[in-house]
Design a protein around this ligand. Sequence first.
Ligand code: TRP
Length: 355
Amino acid sequence: MSTLTASAPTASVRGAQQRSADLEREIAADPGLFRILTGDRPTGPLHLGHHFGTLANRVRLQAAGVEVFVIIADYQVITDRDVAGDLRGNVRELLLDYLAAGIDTWATIFTHSAVPALNHLMLPFLSLMSVAELQRNPTVKAETAATGGRGMSGLMLTYPVHQAADILFCGANLMPVGQDQLPHLETTRLIARRFNERYGAVLSEPEALLSAAPLLLGTDGAKMSKSAGNAISLRASEDETARLIRSAKTDAERHITYDPVHRPEVSSLLLTAALCLGVTPESLAPEIGDAGSAGLKRVVTEAVNEHLRPLRARRAELADADDYLWDRLRRGNERANQVADRTLQAVREAMGMNY
Ligand code: TRP
């Protein structure tokens, strides 16, 4: 994930970036060799950051001919909170966002909770990781810290192992990720490797496909996030979008310039409009110039609403087709179960548990 602030990538990130460039060439040459698994926690509707990041990437890979599995990670919702909230409603919002964004009928969309064999894989996989290894995962540490002193649940500590099961059950060989998910990919690869060494070659080791997702800031200037209440969601109405953008934090300088380091909020707004308009933020800034924050916000509002209009129209149509939506999920769950049952069978056979 490219960030607005230019921090130097670590060696493992650089390695993943290089490998990703090769993978993109291999995908273009023979997409049928690849299967991706990605997903989201059903904690709220998706927003512009998802739209220009993970959703665009999924749709691009699918259009290239890669097989796409999308997990709605309902069991992962309760890693850092006691109550899951309106799960059914949140799952429905994700379904609407996915389908409106163009995730097509060939994609397998499914939920954790409907695929028992996937969850079963947690048991052998947990035996392959030490507690010390689990405690070292930087993403788990960061997410625990973000809960503000809440004790770490066992599910939080082990969710990277659960996520490994998400990926390994379906034999996904590519995981399109942002940098924050790289530690989870490493855990997944480690589990596959250890399982295969101990019991025989059953699982394939997936590779990271790093995507250059733009980092958009929310209306409060912090990272745009589903749970922070600072996001412009895909489902927002045009008026709501206008209101949210009008309330966005900017700075006191009137003249609009693109300067991500010193003017992160203004620059993120410029980037948002630029992504919608298909231009660069550098070229957009002087066009707004002395129109100031108010002028910038007018441009952003119009660009976002215009860009999302077709998606929102599809979303509204789908929202009226409840039977179709839930049927789509039911079929995804069925397919995921078929695949997961086969994998669990192979795992149990390799472990000598096939009585
Ligand atoms: N952890 C991801 C998130 O919070 C969701 C997720 C669950 C996922 N399982 C996955 C992502 C497997 C990629 C692969 O958004």
